[in-house]
Design a protein. Sequence first.
Lengths: 311, 289, 526
Amino acid sequence: MGRFIVLRTLRGLLTVWGLLTLVFVVLRLSGDPLEALLGDDAPPEMVDYYTVLYGFDQPLWRQYLQYFWGLFQGDWGQSFRDGRDALEVVLERVPATLQLGFAAFVFSLLVGIPLGIVAALYRNTALDRFAMGFAVLGFALPNFFIGIILILFFSMTVRWLPSSGTGTWAHLILPVVTLGTAGAGSIARFARSSMLEVMNRPYMRTAQAKGLRRPRRIMWHAVPNAAIPIVTLLGFRLGDMIAGSVVVEAVFAWPGVGRLLVNAVTARELAVVQAVIVIVTITMVTANLLVDLAYAWLDPRQREGRNERKR
Amino acid sequence: MSASVDPDQRSLLASHRPSLLVSVALGLLLVLSVCGLFADLFALHDYTDQSLRTRFQPPVWMGGDWTYPLGTDALGRDILSRLLYGLRISLGVALLGTLIGAVLGTFLGFVAAHSKGVVGGAIMALVDAQAALPFQILVLGVLALFGNAFWLFVALVGLAGWETYARLVRGAVLAAQQEGYVSALWALGARPWRLYARHVLPNVANILIVQVTLNFPSTILLETALSFLGLGIQPPLTSLGEMLGSGRNHLLLAWWIAVIPGMTIFVITLSMSLVGDWLRDALDPNIDP
Amino acid sequence: MGRKQAVEDVSFEIARGETLCIVGETASGKSLTALSILDLHSPGVSASGAVVLDGRTLLGLSDRTLADVRGRDVSMVFQEAVPALNPVQTVEAQLIEAIRSHRSLTRNEARGEALTLLTSVGIHEPERRLVAYPHQLSGGMAQRVMIAMALSAKPSLLIADEPTTALDVTVQAQILNLLRDLRTQHNLALLMISHDMGVVAEMADRVAVMYRGRIVEMGPVEQIFDAPAHPYTQRLLAARQQARRTPVRGTSGAPLIEGKGLSRRYPNPRRWLFEARSETVAVDCVDITIGQSEIVGLIGESGSGKSTIGRLLLGLEAPDAGSVTIDGQPMPRPGEPRWQALRQRFQVIFQDPHSALDPRCRILEQVKEPLDIFEIGAAADRPARAAAALDQVGLDASVHRRFPGALSGGQKQRVVIARALVLQPRFLVCDEPVSALDVSVGAQIIDLLARLQRETDMSLLIVSHDLSLVRTLVDRVIVVKAGRIVEEGETTALFAAPRHPYSRLLIASAPITHPRDRRRERLTAV
């Protein structure tokens, strides 16, 4: 187990390092970044000023080290627009996104897992078909379109819920449903198939042969085993959730990181874009690390960090 | 005492003929592809023609007239014509993107499985890195740096799915290497290229076909989402996502401007998902041919 | 909608203290019959008829009512014990659950009971096993845990579905002994399902023979063995009691392959990042010689390194120490040109014929492929050569254009043999050639191998755990244990008077061929 944690953490750090390097390479080396920033008709003194300011006159390895040293110290560059620290600009948007993302994540779990389990238990019934129909719809409906349909109905036709902004619980409902539906669909599908797989395992027949009643067989033997693969899916879902929040925040004018990113890309605010990417990367790597640990903790076969019965 | 086995339970897909639903999905995809392909033949107007006098015309079923069967948008452009051209761009970009991802990913997957040393390790590290960052975010970063250009955008969409293919193919090749018949042929003296070409590729092909159909909806969603945000396909070109994005500002006045392209995207992704699911079951390698 | 009738009109009864064996081959419906008693089928299987236990009808009861019967009155033990245990729960949790679902004991009392049960099924250090997870148990150990669990509520009937099929012979003998003891001790009715006439001879009071979903013959065990009435029973018995093949020649032939001081180690994965790598020694300083046109048997249990020895002799793996010579020449390393040429003359047949053929390639094509690889003969002649090889193994033109999926296991193994044979090898290694096949089919494959050896004069190395197979086929036997050769000798002599204690245990553990040979003395592990 100790080896496992160390290895996974090292691998996570390596991934962060690799991605940061990639960001550096893409931002600094592909073409003249100043030309991209200032346009080719910028006055030479302005170009010189920025060249020195950003250290573009330094040798490459030096720039690379400075880049990491800067990141390490929390100096992630300035926003062009108001000269504020890019990190600060991003961090002040994080709580709103976390609120939305967390709520949507819980929503997709609460809807997806029970739906998948019930679909598996009542396989090939109307209930199953309904649940899987929902899952396919959740995947096929683009989230921006879900958002627009929801706004059309709940905000414009029956006028129950606000279509944009933040502040109250009512503001949260539509964005959360929009962001969580796709996740709920894919979790339901996955939960169903892993339940079906587990239900066919020999130990389920043993549980039956022991004289256990169906509810106990399902809750004590099927669900814990089916939960193991579902946990790994959650790590993947987080990435989709982050990507989705960009769109959903745009649709509902939610003042989070996603909307900031879209605006920064439109305005080509490189420092802000870079800060968002770095924060997302660290979040994802941490989340995947946690998922791996949870996986190892749930599955005793993984706990030893190796498979003894090879060969 | 007697016992009987319901054969339908053993393989629910004993007959792999497409169900009615899948047939309808296939039909819809065909119709939409033809519409996109021959957009210039079917379009009643130039899709960029603006006319301020005919803004916000409703579709025919809401009291509009046949000059603009699906109505007009905020600039008075014909929605039907725009939809046809949008289909062409969206389907085209998604198709190209899917192909780029599939070819690149398959190739790298084979390489990673064959050379387990530095090269394979590097490829798998790239796969890990790509999986660690939501691709949409990375695309936004690149677009911020380089600005938007059509072919850059297509290339980015193509890079979206490669790591899934690479992982799948590598896994399938490694699994095939463990198969009895591959190790038997290796023991028999068959060289690697022969094994890959004759015995591994045919078994990987099915997985690839299925992945292409399952990946296509994601690709089209990536393009439409970015275009929706105004960061993908740029006017004067149009795509389904771009139409939806520009239509969402007029929901109160003319909801159809956004809903018509939205429904079209939905029909495409839903049909493709249904076809993909059906193909996955029909081509299941566990069922003997 | 057609439903397949898998078991038809099967009737039998079983008394307390009695062992009834249902014997039959794959898909004969024997397991389905056993599962029907407790209605343990997967969805889609339905049973009709009547199951009566002490005057009470079981079949047709609801799952809730049956739950009280399962485990309390009737228990069941399955073929593969490790997967039959819940992988995420400890042995303790699973045992206590079984105990407490039928008896009102406190958790602590149940734990004490669990320890008693584990001791009674012959598990040493039961305290230590209680906290183990299933994957930490060996197959035999897991089967003991399953038996303990099955007996936890003192049932009157125990159903054992191929309980020892997945186990090594020595472990099998121990588990069979245990079952016999427990049956007497608890006055159990024991219903055993088996494909192995040896197990039947060992255990049964009465035997029911199943064939294609029906019981074709039933009676006391001596009667079945002495006077089998149904042709299928006769075939089953004949498969076991094959005529001894008289060795064609002794070991006088010149040595074809010689291995000297062969060792092969595999590194274990590290548990801690900077831990020194430990190694598993698969083969340890083995000297082995295969003569020209000799048939040698290599026997040992799983993990004994016997397959690795085969791979070393073939040159598919290189030894870490020691050397292999062929006709006095050193063995080339994988990838060298001479190695490639060697592949033509050294052939191997793996255990599982189902995976040994490409499912998407036609039969004739697959047999022809070795000729293509080595570019033997004109391309136009190759199909005819392949067809001749198929003919040699008893397959006619009707299979040529088929896919492997359409062939039976025995036919597939014949195709695999033909594919090896088409290159006219000098040396053929058969790694467990019949263990994936039904008994009567396996017997045919053995006959085929013996005949082919006579016709082609090649050398054969039979790697197997199955003593009866080795005994009937080979000239010389080599016994391996834990990577070392413990004994080696001419077949008849070695079986008559094994010198090493492990050979003795192995031979004593082998299933007997007739109930009269049932041994009374207890075997002890070495």
